[in-house]
Design a protein around this ligand. Structure first.
Ligand code: TYM
Length: 328
């Protein structure tokens, strides 16, 4: 039996942080053997917010290098740059014409992002979910491994695919979201009520994968908690719950085991243990990133090969959609 296909993407904006890693990238890496994998650096999505062209180009390759450093194995997975396959924006247009303003207007990320980027609220930002739906639907995707914040966008992708298939004939596979049980929404260390994000301003908000051990220790020591003392999983204690969840993912221990280990111990001891675990998990990634980044030609070659491999799938789906809708 052939393997199911997964597709996912990540934007080359800012540095990749622990939320991106635990919510998405680590799961891509860990399940590479189980699926046929397509991963994409979504640089066309990145231009929905203001970017410096040269920096965007650099960040695109750097992010690809980071994904390889995290363990994306090109023998098992295809990795490519979104803008290298013209069918993405082309299909996005067809989907635009099949999504109602009402449905698009309900997207909460557009509301959040337009508040944060009030000087550049462009039509691309509004249409962002249609391009994301095109990314997924072009590859006849079975599953989409993402963090929880992408749930609404995925619902839209499913809805437009169902509508298109019904109105014009069978064209797209209906993709299933794959959202992890733990790590789907890693919160900011300085403010556990907001999602960890690349754009937040606070110096102690996010742990980036390229942070040094000293920076990781400092940020975890400063992480916001509460005035209680017991180290237990309690969702009402958002700061501690977030830290414990991170600890749980890296140690693969059960909640009970972790609570037992820290019985009678305080925040100080727990935070040092957590910092150790995070530092050791990120150390090999950082080392591999530095090594790979010195081989820019190698990364470019991998990305070109990745695009060449998946382009025929995108072409076939796009041709079918065009024909069904009467565009030729
Ligand atoms: P992006 O670049 O914002 O984030 C990449 C992935 O990281 C996840 N993520 C988080 N998970 C847990 N906790 C957090 N604090 C956290 N922050 C981010 C995101 O859920 C995502 O999985 N729209 C997408 C990119 C995209 C895409 C696609 C994804 C474009 N086309 C097609 C899947 C399929 C985005 O902005 O991701």
């Amino acid at each position: 039996m052939s393997k199911k296909r997964v597709f996912s993407g990540i934007q080359p904006t800012g540095q990749i942080h622990l939320g991106n890693y635990l919510g998405a990238v680590k799961n891509w890496v860990d399940s590479q053997d189980d699926y046929e994998n397509i991963f994409c650096v979504v640089n066309s999505h990145a231009i929905t917010t203001t970017q410096n062209p040269q920096e965007l180009r650099e960040k695109t390759f750097e992010l690809a290098g980071m994904l390889l450093a995290c363990g994306i194995d090109v023998k098992k997975s295809n990795l490519f740059i979104q803008s290298e396959i013209d069918e993405h924006p082309a299909l996005s247009w067809i989907l635009d014409c099949n999504i109602s303003m009402g449905e698009m207007n309900r997207m909460t990320q557009f509301k959040d992002k337009s508040l944060k980027n009030s000087k550049n609220v462009n039509v691309g930002l509004f249409n962002y979910p249609a391009l994301m739906a095109a990314d997924i639907l072009l590859y006849q995707t079975d599953g989409v491994p993402v963090g929880e914040d992408q749930k609404q966008h995925l619902e839209l992708a499913r809805n437009v695919a169902i509508k298109f298939n019904r109105d014009f004939g069978e064209c797209f596979k209906i993709p299933e979201p794959m959202i992890p049980k733990v790590g789907a929404r890693v919160m900011g260390l300085d403010d556990p009520d907001t999602k960890m994000s690349k754009s937040a301003k606070g110096a102690n908000h996010a742990i980036f994968l390229l942070d040094t051990p000293e920076e990781i220790l400092r940020k975890i020591k400063k992480a916001a908690t509460d005035s209680q003392t017991a180290i237990v999983f309690d969702e009402n204690r958002a700061g501690l719950y977030n830290l414990l969840s991170i600890y749980q993912i890296f140690t693969h221990q059960s909640k009970d085991e972790i609570e037992k280990d820290f019985e009678g111990k305080g925040y100080g001891e727990f935070k040092i243990a957590l910092a150790d675990v995070v530092i050791e998990a990120l150390r090999p990634i950082r080392q591999e990133y530095v090594r790979l980044n010195a081989e820019k030609g190698y990364i470019a070659k991998i990305l070109a090969e990745g695009a060449d491999k998946v382009r025929p799938i995108a072409r076939e789906t796009y041709q079918k959609a065009k024909e069904l809708i009467g565009l030729i």
